[in-house]
Structure formats: C-alpha cells, structure tokens
Design a protein around this ligand. Sequence first.
Ligand code: FES
Length: 317
Amino acid sequence: MPEGLIKARLTAIRYAARETNLYEFSRLDGAAWPAAAPGAHVDLHLPGGLTRQYSLVRAGDAPRTYVVGVKRDRASRGGSIYMHDQLRVGMEIEIGGPRNNFPLNEGAALTILFAGGIGVTPIMCMIERLEQLGRAWRLYYSCRSRGEAAFLKALEAKGADKVVFNFDEENGGRFLDIAGIAAAAPADAHLYCCGPTPMLKAFEAATAALPRENAHAEYFTAVEGAAAEGGYVVELRRSKREIAVPQGKTILEMLRAAGVDVTTSCEEGVCGACETPVVSGLPDHRDMILTASERAAGKTMMICCSGSKSERLVLDL
Ligand code: FES
C-alpha cells in the first residue's frame, strides 16, 4: 500500500438526493481519522487503479468516520459509476489525505457561499463550522431541481434569510445572479464557490475585482489542458539529475519514464498531491489550485499538468 494510505471499510450508504449518495468510511484499525478542516477532500483509491477526490461533508480533529457525497456523473470516467453501482457496505478501499485547497477563513465578518449541485458538500462542512463559531453566513444553492438538492431539508430549516435556493426547473432555467450578489457583498466579506465549471467561471468573473484572498473557488475538473509544449530541461536538485521534456510530453510523464517516484492523485491539476517546490526557473502554471499571487511567486508548482516557460526548471526533488 503506498505511503499515507489508510485502509477503510464502507460502513454506510445514505440516500441524499436523486442519484446522489453519502458514503461513510471507518478505518479498519478502529482508530480515528486524521484531522480534517472544512473544505478538505480525501482521495478514494478504488479498484482498477481509479483514484478520485471527494470533499468531506464533516470536519473534525479526530473524526470517527469520513463521509463524502457522490453524485452519479453521466460523463463519469468510472469513479462515480463504480461508487454507485459496485461499492457496497462492508467493502474495503484505501483512502489518502485529507488535503485542503479550499480552506475556510474563520475570521470573516460575513461568509457568502455559492454551491452548485453536489458542490454543496464542502459548503455544508463550512456552514457547520461557521455556526459553531457564531459567524454570519449566507448560502446561494443552485440545482436543477429540488429532487437533486442534497441536504435540502437541513438547509430549508436554516431559514430563507440564510439559504437562497435557485432551482432551474422552477425559474425557467435562469442562472443565479452571482455577479449581482458579489457586487452587493460588503467589502470585507469572504466569498466561496463550489459547483460545476460554468458556475465557477461565473464566480471568478464576478469576483475578479475583489482581493484574491477574499474569493475562493474549488474546482473538481481541469479547465485548461496540461502543458505539453516541451522544449526544456528539468533539473532535480536533490537527486542531481537532468530530464529533458520534449514537445508533446508533460513533466510527470518524463519523470515517470526516468523512474522518478512522484506522488500524484488527480493528475489534472485539481487536488494538490503533486505540489513540488521550485528552486529556479519560470513555471507555466496550468493547475486550478494556486492563486494568482502564488503563481506569480513561482515557488511551487503542480508537476502533473504545469510546464516551464524557461529553458531550465530546477525542482526540489
Ligand atoms: Fe492532483 Fe497534480 S496530481 S494536482
């Protein structure tokens, strides 16, 4: 078993909404899971070499269970179909993480949350924490229909002043006015979005004028393709090796071809597992994790999808 993976048993499956289930995992050794903060996700290592990232529904310092929400994805590359059709209570898998690319600022005077579909999963975790802290929050939750809205009853119970629903079927397919909501937000509010890519893009456009530390988006699929322009050399500072990356290849592909062992998970720039310190050179960032200022600083990069703008890129590997 790769380092860091923990053996787990699926101990419950609960219906959450149409084609959406909650999956609860306990450790085989009976111990508590590693601490997880709101916004964190874990890697589920499924049979057949599939690794999928899912946000945790609940956070905690020593949780007895990890719970993830999974919607059957019609465009599934296998993960959600396996979870829905083959994974059964009692079966064992391995779980890695947690990692958190979507951390909650617990000190914000007001937190405005946007969720689309199953993107509500990390948002539920945030709401629980904000309520524990007594912080002000508001959620805008967009779904195709009520039947597809996970946690509907719990969220309705919070009250209309806290949770605003936007069901496509009930308003003629009109999108949530993210731009209008963001424009009306107080300057010190923190805004978060997790949902399908069009919603995330609308959120990024709507919050483009805000300080980047006030706007937080969680992507689950890559928007850009991996950098495969090639034509540069990667120097591995610690192992004292040089590896050429030709056109059509990624850094990850060439490291693997050279027998370099690197940690990865999503391999499309959304999970953070392959984050690697940069010693020198100019990375060509293609991930969905680093902020604009982190990209500009150039101190770290995701080697599964990002490349190099300089002829030589020195990594701390
Ligand atoms: Fe997920 Fe690189 S493996 S970001």
